[in-house]
Design a protein around this ligand. Sequence first.
Ligand SMILES: NC(=O)c1ccc[n+]([C@@H]2O[C@H](COP(=O)([O-])OP(=O)(O)OC[C@H]3O[C@@H](n4cnc5c(N)ncnc54)[C@H](OP(=O)(O)O)[C@@H]3O)[C@@H](O)[C@H]2O)c1
Length: 230
Amino acid sequence: MQIAVLGTGMVGQAHAAKLSELGHEVFIGTRDVQKSLAKAGGQITEPFGEWAKQHPKVKVVEFQEAIKHGDLIVEALSGNAVVETLKSCEKRLAGKTLIDISNPLDFSNGDFKLTVCNDDSLGEQVQRALPSVKVVKAFNTVNAAVQVNPESVASGDHHLFIAGDHKESKYFVNEIAMEWYGWKNVIDLGGIKSARGMEMILPLWVNLFTVMGTPKFNFKVTQWDSVVLD
Ligand SMILES: NC(=O)c1ccc[n+]([C@@H]2O[C@H](COP(=O)([O-])OP(=O)(O)OC[C@H]3O[C@@H](n4cnc5c(N)ncnc54)[C@H](OP(=O)(O)O)[C@@H]3O)[C@@H](O)[C@H]2O)c1
């Protein structure tokens, strides 16, 4: 399958590498290919150019080009850039399933806050802005490495949440999570409105990360032993 992964950060890299390893043709999207390939690494990430060299099958292209090729869209963009970036690609996104992994986080004041919560969510904003796109919120409550390798935490004995208004697309994302990535437990929380809870869990996630000293953990919902799809 041809897949567009939008975002060159930790999440985009994790999904692009995994999907390529699984045999899919992957196009990783960025604003500016040359700038991204020349970018220095982060505190815990290597330079993107090094990552690209290690994954020669993944094609590094601009967002529009990635979306043109992708039958499935995996979106892992910085929260503040999601709606505007996707809106500018609306025509090419029409009719496609889009996995929204982003979180509406603002770190600009040293601490962080959610830029939308309680009565709206970034997932809903994306779905409202792009009604022809089938948005499925997923993976945003888990660290990038764990998203594509759930076995790495407690042998996979923990939960992934998904939400969206399009049933067939949710079935597909459920299949990607379980059959492709190896998730054992996926809970469908309902319509895209349920993205609110999935995003509002982030303050707790960041708090846990701080006290545990590792991002490799996840939430387990007990007394739930099967995949539930509405
Ligand atoms: N890191 C994790 O483990 C994790 C886990 C769960 C969810 N998330 C969420 O997943 C998303 C991606 O996280 P990340 O850590 O992989 O990377 P990130 O640093 O949050 O985002 C990187 C991507 O955002 C794009 N971007 C930034 N500003 C932009 C702008 N003004 N216009 C267009 N694109 C812009 C960058 O484009 P360029 O390629 O052009 O630089 C890059 O591709 C975030 O929303 C994050 O909250 C992250």
